[in-house]
Each structure stands twice: as structure tokens, then as C-alpha cells.
Ligand binder design. Sequence first.
Ligand SMILES: NC(=O)c1ccc[n+]([C@@H]2O[C@H](COP(=O)([O-])OP(=O)(O)OC[C@H]3O[C@@H](n4cnc5c(N)ncnc54)[C@H](OP(=O)(O)O)[C@@H]3O)[C@@H](O)[C@H]2O)c1
Length: 239
Amino acid sequence: MTHSALIIGGGSHIGRAIINQLLQSKQPAQITVVSRGSQPSIYKGLAWHQSDYSEASMARLVNTFNESGRYYDQVFICHGILHDDQVSPEKRLEDLDSDSMQHVFQVNAITPALWLKHLLPLLKQSALCKVAIFSARVGSIDDNHLGGWYSYRASKAALNMLLKSAAVEYARRAPEVKLLAFHPGTADTPLSRPFSKNVPEGKLFQPTFVAERLLAILDSLEPDGELSFLDWQHERIAW
Ligand SMILES: NC(=O)c1ccc[n+]([C@@H]2O[C@H](COP(=O)([O-])OP(=O)(O)OC[C@H]3O[C@@H](n4cnc5c(N)ncnc54)[C@H](OP(=O)(O)O)[C@@H]3O)[C@@H](O)[C@H]2O)c1
């Protein structure tokens, strides 16, 4: 059977590594990508769609996928910001800012949840589908010993709760879909780069490595009605 993969937020450095792995695999997948950006010329043989991630755009795209009759067996939702031209991670309470917090929550938690809303009618037609949503260990409340990074941490914790509720509902309405909240480790991408100088030797991963780990982990998972929160080593992370 031909694999069919949908990569959302495919401009992500880890997302691009996933695309590369899928293009190079022995059983090349049919690949659909959604991104704010345009298709890089190096990519051939995939369907690239631009989106502003408004709900209207999501609905339009999912309708297009539906009409093309393509069923996805792997979906990757890559959205995530720690800093951009509007925000940087807060070090102390005085740094909190309502607009910045809303922006981070929109990208990190709300947009992925809205994708799960719009994708449900499509994914429930798949015989088997595994959906990886990029979370982060710093979204673990149990694991928060250092504080700081208020919006990033809280938005990933909120993402995890949204995914948990979605997993309960998908178990009933799309039981062949498995949801995974994935922590890639610290990967060498623009997201981590300003903060990665203290990462211990050997713990700063290349996106290619992360993509390999994620694809191997996804292969081993089966739909069980649960949301898994796993890291790149396939180890469970405390909520
Ligand atoms: N790098 C790490 O060390 C690390 C660690 C833990 C977790 N993660 C998570 O891994 C995922 C991928 O991160 P990355 O390291 O590959 O970072 P990246 O290269 O900076 O990718 C950023 C991602 O966020 C999306 N994005 C950026 N601004 C957005 C906006 N305004 N609205 C909607 N989407 C927006 C991008 O989508 P477009 O395709 O539309 O540009 C892209 O998918 C993120 O969820 C991140 O939180 C990364």
C-alpha cells in the first residue's frame, strides 16, 4: 500500500527533515505539505499548499484533500514558536505581556487543536492513521523545576490537554487514529538556537536524527484510544 503523509507547518526545520526522510524511503510516500511559506524549489513530486492557518483556510484545504480522495496514514503537526519577531521567552513575571501570550498560545496550542477539528472527518475515513503533534518536555507540569518561559511552557501544557480531550473524542469518532504528543529533544533549529549553547555535548540533535526517531516511534504505535506523550527515546513524559 502506498503511504500518504500530511505535514502541517512543513516549513519547520524538523518538518523538512521528515519530508526528506519520506522522500528517500524505500516505499516513498505521497506527500502533502501545508505551510505559510511557498514550496522550496528542491522539493519535487509533492503537493505543497500555502495557508494562513485561518479556519477558513483549514476548511478549504481539508475539503481539497477530501475531494482528491487521498487518505493519510501519517500526519505531522509541527507548529511551535518560542521566539519570533513579536515574542521572546519570559524570564520573570514582569516580562508577561497579554498580546505576546495570546500569540504564543494561538500558534502552539490553538492552531494544532483547530487542525484536529477540521481533519476529523477526513481522518476517520482512514483505515489506520498516526498523528504526531509536536509538544515539548517543558510543557510537562511535573517536570517544571526551573520556571521561566511562561508562555511556551503553558501553551504546550495547554496543547497537551487539548490533545488529551481530542484523543478521548477521536477514540469514539475515529478509533483507527492514534495521537502522539512528541518531544523531539533539543534539536538544532532556529527555535532552539539562541538557547542551545549550554546543551550538553551529544544532546543537541540534528533534525534528520529527530525525524528518524519520530518515524520509528510512529511505526511502533497502534491506535489505543489514548494520547501518548513520548520523547525521542520513546520514553513516556510525565504530564
Ligand atoms: N527545536 C527544538 O529544540 C524543539 C524542542 C522541543 C519541541 N520543539 C517543537 O518542535 C516543533 C518544530 O520546531 P522546529 O524546531 O522545527 O522549529 P522551526 O523550524 O522554527 O519551525 C516552526 C514551526 O512553527 C510554525 N509557525 C511559526 N510561526 C507560526 C505562526 N505565526 N503561525 C502558525 N505557525 C507558525 C512553522 O510553520 P510554517 O511551515 O508555516 O512556517 C513551523 O511549523 C515545534 O512545535 C517546537 O515547539 C522543538
